[in-house]
Design a protein around this ligand. Structure first.
Ligand SMILES: NC(=O)Nc1ccc2c(c1)=C(Cc1cc(-c3cccc(C(=O)NCCN4CCCCC4)c3)c[nH]1)C(=O)N=2
Length: 317
């Protein structure tokens, strides 16, 4: 097939906004197929010193080419003078977040199903030595049949030695960190520390170690805990009017379980929202062998993890 250009597509509405990109619904003129095309402005990426993030996203998407489901696929890339184009899967039902907001909170069957689909995706991702690092309901998409497609790997980390459970970065001094955090508050941007190799995702889902410069696959397990909490309660566990206040609550593990919160979900969430990443449920499971200790939690009683993708997702109402 010849190298595509923007002229091969009819661009429709914007369906997503990344920090350095806009995602458009687009139709391939030749096949009529719909895609999501992520368009990145070259000048902005260079100015913000984010070329590494764009390269990393393409590298991870290529590593995921063998995954049969659970992740958006990268079909092709091309560029023109001003922009880079990533032709990605179009997830017809969009992000998980509007569904949580629409129904207020998920019932237990929905929470179990979608938590299990996200866990299966993390097992595959971590099995390849990839940490997502910005997992949140906006990056969990739903395909035409309402199955999960994980997206946005711009913040991902590829562990060189997947056996290494934690990688560390030289910590910045507090004053520099606080100053940067105050800067971030004004911008209300996803909190990314502007230092070589260091970043964090989005405040509400950031694990404590991401704030103290240590990255591990357990960071995604923390985000999973936050997302399960949010499916049950309707809101994320750590909330405040500023990102800095959210970080303080995370580091103090300051969150509440509302009345009526399902006891089994509370038990699972409390074993994932653990400050020490090595003590989180699943953190001690053997690398590359999935998360048997999370699957075994009573919350997932009755879930058949091996046939999730063949199952009809429970209705969200
Ligand atoms: N940062 C990223 O990588 N972002 C990406 C990447 C790939 C990608 C991506 C984002 C996609 C986002 C997306 C957004 C949408 C969408 C946008 C606006 C509206 C809708 C929509 O109305 N969906 C119907 C379901 N709604 C949901 C909420 C309740 C009412 C009914 C979908 C569909 N797909 C996508 O399909 N593929």
């Amino acid at each position: 097939t010849h190298k595509r250009t923007p002229k091969d597509f009819i661009f429709g509405k914007a369906i997503g906004e990344g920090s350095f990109s806009t995602v458009y619904l687009a139709k391939d003129i030749h096949t009529g197929k719909e895609y999501a095309i992520k368009v990145c402005d070259k000048r902005h990426i260079i100015k913000e010193k984010k070329t590494e993030y764009v390269k990393r996203e393409k590298e991870v998407l290529n590593m995921l080419a063998g995954a049969k489901h659970s992740f958006v696929r990268l079909f092709c890339t091309f560029q023109d003078m001003e922009r880079l184009y990533f032709v990605l899967s179009y997830a017809k039902n969009g992000e998980l977040l509007p569904y949580i907001n629409k129904v207020g909170s998920f019932d237990i069957e929905c929470t179990k199903f979608y938590s299990a689909e996200i866990l299966r995706a993390l097992e595959y991702l971590h099995g390849l030595g990839i940490i997502h690092r910005d997992l949140k309901p906006e990056n969990i998409l739903l395909d035409e049949k309402m199955h999960v497609l994980i997206t946005d790997f711009g913040s991902a980390k590829i562990l060189k030695d997947p056996e290494a459970s934690v990688t560390t970065h030289p910590a910045t001094d507090d004053s520099q960190q606080q100053q940067q955090q105050q800067q971030q508050q004004q911008q209300q941007q996803p909190y990314r520390r502007e230092r070589r190799g260091s970043f964090v995702g989005t405040a509400q889902y950031v694990s404590p170690e991401l704030l103290t410069d240590k990255t591990s696959r357990a960071s995604d397990l923390w985000a999973l805990g936050c997302i399960i909490y949010q499916m049950v309660a309707g809101l994320p566990p750590f909330r405040s009017r500023s990102e800095y206040m959210i970080f303080q609550k995370i580091l103090k593990l300051e969150y509440e379980i509302p009345d009526g919160f399902c006891e089994l979900a509370r038990s699972l969430v409390s074993q994932l929202l653990v400050l020490d990443p090595t003590q989180r449920l699943g953190a001690q499971d053997e690398h590359g062998a999935g998360y048997p200790s999370i699957r075994a939690h009573p919350f997932f009683e009755g879930v058949d993890f091996e046939t999730l993708h063949e199952q009809t997702p429970p209705p969200i109402y």
